[in-house]
Ligand binder design. Structure first.
Ligand SMILES: [Zn+2]
Ligand SMILES: [Zn+2]
Length: 170
């Protein structure tokens, strides 16, 4: 992981969730999550390992990786989260223009990473997919769909998040 991207994301998540967000030291991806046949990593196994490393004072934990993620029934995932749980993980691998044979585009990569990070964290707050295209919780299976949806939570989804973070309380 590019530490610059991680620090950028840390600040974005703090600003958007009105929460204190800390970056943890980088750790290797758990080797048992790797599938040599697919040359991909099972996100569910990564989440399981992450749960062992949750700091005592942490409310949520987001893993960020360059590795290409998958689950058994899908050829790839941008990320995965525990619905209403603690842990979420996102991958940069398929958010990069290079993956599609195009020239690198850092602003676009960061925009996608921000959306997918909020999306997966949204699932940890118990949010399911939102019917509004303007909402970051809208289902996006392709980068075109990621690019087409809104950059943050709609009002209804944001209310669910802030009711748990305590943001906006007097
Ligand atoms: Zn989702
Ligand atoms: Zn929504």
């Amino acid at each position: 992981m590019d530490p610059g991207i991680l620090q950028w994301l840390r600040k974005e998540m703090a600003d958007c969730l009105f929460a204190t967000v800390r970056a943890m030291p980088q750790v290797p991806v758990p080797p048992e999550s790797y599938d040599a046949g697919r040359n991909q990593y099972y996100s569910t196994k990564i989440l399981k390992e992450m749960l062992k490393e949750v700091p005592e004072d942490a409310f949520k934990i987001l893993g960020v990786t360059d590795k290409d993620l998958c689950i058994p029934i899908l050829t790839y995932v941008f990320g995965e989260a525990q619905l209403g749980g603690t842990a979420a993980v996102v991958s940069l691998a398929r958010l990069r223009q290079e993956h599609y044979g195009a020239a690198p585009d850092r602003p676009l990569l960061l925009s996608r990473l921000r959306k997918e990070s909020l999306h997966e964290l949204g699932h940890t707050f118990g949010l399911i997919h939102c019917p509004s295209r303007d909402c970051v919780m809208y289902l996006s299976n392709t980068v075109a769909e990621v690019d087409g949806k809104g950059r943050t939570f709609c009002r209804a989804c944001m209310t669910v998040v802030t009711s748990q973070t305590g943001a906006g309380r007097e």
